[in-house]
Design a protein around this ligand. Structure first.
Ligand code: AMP
Ligand code: TRP
Length: 326
């Protein structure tokens, strides 16, 4: 069975866009691949974090992923900072990574502009990500398009290390989450629904009050045509609601257009709100069961044991090959 691995930063509450575009894909992959999912808390501290908020977010995110259908029996789920081998491997890889190639990372260029005084960790972040990936000899790394360059540098580092010290790492491929639908902002449907969106009315967060979610959908921007038809250019608002309805119900766009042929926008929005609210309520019920439970700790305790064994073996192999021994 091919292996996949992905990391999620514990910053901000995930949106309905994340759920449709990324988490649902992972839920599908768990039946096709040997899957590793970890919370990339060491990555999140490249930008200053409030310690209390951070640990709250870590627990919340793990509970939310499991509530969304990430099955602990089908995935190794763990917390990055509990596996000390990631940072150890990262140092050995850093010494085989060029300053020049890290300077070319577009995410670093963007983020370093936003912070007057950024950390060295923000610069070396892609190497830590390479160590997350390479430690497990994975075949595929499912990520959003913004992370593609980081997976490519992980490949370059692995190829270089293999050449220099002998075959050590499997060379992974990126798996872009693009067969999931793209969900747009409810207020400005020409923009992607994003955690960092300006207007909270445009964003559905998975932990929002259900009544708030219903209000946001009922208040979504539409047009004056009164016709439920998919047309991204001229009717971006209605098209987005059709996409949302399709991605929750599994119905096709033509079937949805047919279903609402004679409906007004109010009735259509109500139908969209009903299916979205029902889905998110179920996720929230499961989340509430998990968040303070020992079950959550058991999942992480099991995951870290498995993850450490694999990463430790890779660490010792690298150390040995590099001559770090008596
Ligand atoms: P981000 O929140 O931008 O770090 O994205 C995390 C993952 O969620 C990536 O795989 C994105 O492609 C996916 N994602 C984020 N926002 C959306 C959206 N509005 N629609 C679909 N997928 C999304
Ligand atoms: N850098 C990724 C992000 O910001 C998170 C991440 C860290 C990751 N390590 C990883 C993703 C390894 C995939 C594989 O979204």
């Amino acid at each position: 069975m091919k292996k996949i691995l992905t990391g999620i930063q514990p910053t901000g509450v995930i949106t309905f866009g994340n759920y449709i575009g990324a988490i649902k894909q992972m839920v599908k992959y768990q039946d096709e691949y040997e899957s590793y999912i970890f919370i990339a808390d060491l990555h999140s501290i490249t930008i200053p974090q409030d310690p209390k908020e951070l640990s709250k977010n870590i627990r919340s995110l793990i509970a939310l992923y499991i509530a969304c259908g990430i099955d602990p029996d089908k995935n190794v789920i763990f917390l990055q900072s509990e596996n000390e081998y990631h940072a150890n491997i990262s140092w050995m890889l850093e010494c085989n990574t060029y300053f020049g190639e890290l300077s070319r990372m577009t995410q670093f260029k963007d983020k370093s502009k936003k912070h007057a005084n950024f950390s060295a960790g923000l610069f070396t972040y892609p190497v830590l990500m390479a160590s997350d990936i390479l430690a497990y000899d994975v075949d595929y790394v499912p990520v959003g398009i913004d992370q593609k360059q980081h997976v490519e540098i992980a490949r370059d580092i692995a190829i270089r290390f293999n050449k220099k010290f002998g075959d050590t790492f499997n060379i992974p491929d990126v798996l872009i989450n693009d067969d999931g639908a793209k969900i747009m902002d409810l207020v400005d449907p020409t923009k992607k629904m994003s955690k960092s969106g300006e207007n909270p009315k445009g964003i559905i967060r998975l932990l929002d009050d259900i009544s708030e979610i219903r209000k946001k959908i009922m208040g979504a921007t539409t047009d004056s045509e009164m016709c439920v038809k998919y047309d991204e250019v001229n009717k971006p608002g209605i098209s987005n609601l059709i996409t949302i309805y399709a991605s929750v119900t599994g119905k096709s766009i033509p079937d949805i257009e047919n279903e609402f042929l004679n409906a007004n926008y109010g009735a259509f929005k109500k139908a969209v709100a009903d299916v979205v609210c029902s889905l998110i309520s179920k996720i929230q019920d499961r989340y509430n069961e998990l968040i303070n439970s020992e079950e959550l700790d058991r999942v992480l305790d099991n995951g870290i044991v498995k993850a450490r064994v694999i990463a430790k073996a890779k660490y010792l192999d690298m150390k040995n090959k590099m001559g770090l021994k008596r």
